[in-house]
Design a protein around this ligand. Sequence first.
Ligand SMILES: Cc1ncc(COP(=O)(O)O)c(C=O)c1O
Length: 361
Amino acid sequence: MTTRYHNFSAGPGALPLAVLEEAQRNFLNHEGLGASLIEMSHRTKPFESVLYAARDTLAELYGLPDTHEVLFLQGGAHLQFAMVPLNLGAGAYIDTGVWAKRAFDEAARVGPAWKLWTSAAENYRNVPAPDAKFDAPEGAKYLHYTTNNTIYGTEFHHVPESALPLVSDMSSDFLSRPMDLGRFALVYAGAQKNAGPSGVTIIIARKDLVRSFTGAANVPLIMRYSIHAENDSMYNTPNTFGVYLVGLVAKWVKANGGLAGMDAAADEKASMIYDVLDRHPEVFDPHAAPGSRSRMNLTFRIRTGADAEKALLAAAEKRGIVGLKGHRSVGGLRASIYNAVPRESVVALQGLLTDFAAGKA
Ligand SMILES: Cc1ncc(COP(=O)(O)O)c(C=O)c1O
């Protein structure tokens, strides 16, 4: 294929073409230094400056206060499901879907954990209402929630109210809107949706929490935030190329209106698709409840059933539109419209859905 397809993959997902091109240009001879970045030691000035630039651009995008810092780890969000309770202690959890539940289950394996709220009985159609309050169970050290539920297509459009320090999995809506991360004790995001390739996890956390370890003595060093913070995310060999790509994506976000620019684009792109779905309620059945709809992952079914969904996927492929299959655990359809999905791709999808509803696709 010589042209790139319209990529609605849920993750790893679309990355900005300009970023891929810059990485390609730089690949064989990084900044003219005579070697590829992936051939260089992480203990060199060129890599240090790549990592510091990525870190500083992320901090700048979020307007991060001095109380917080950025770390780059590996192991995906799953490692964070374990590291959070191992480092911060017992936590209270909001269960809004598969990943939120997995975070809770992992915490319950480590020690006491409280599930304060769940929408499992409603098939995870909604997140808690903005006025829901989450009281602190005795002994809880934080409240954990997942800002965007990639599989169910729901998203928090508010920050939950609680006296507990907030910990959040932002894997699938990181970099999609301005947010005061200074309000959070710790935020983590696997890069592979909005921020880069898989294999890098971004942590943004309060320095006092990650600079001192207060967990159990038998927690291995590699599982402690403090060891990573003290070593500027270079305690062991980081995913050097992955961190480089995250830095390029952050630079791209900055050049394209910053987080406010991403926010406005996400609003527009998501409503282009929700509008078509809502205009044809006899054909499409969106999963998320109003008020909980995700702008990143738009999930829906076709009322006539799985065969019609297969027909839509086949029609999509003919138009170069891919990645629309729902997560294997829930089925249905899902359009993931991350920052890097261009408006033209959304126009193409809008056309497909409109034609499908009219029996023309
Ligand atoms: C919100 C969220 N959390 C966690 C995960 C799991 O991430 P990883 O595979 O990086 O561990 C995903 C992956 O799709 C996700 O979307």
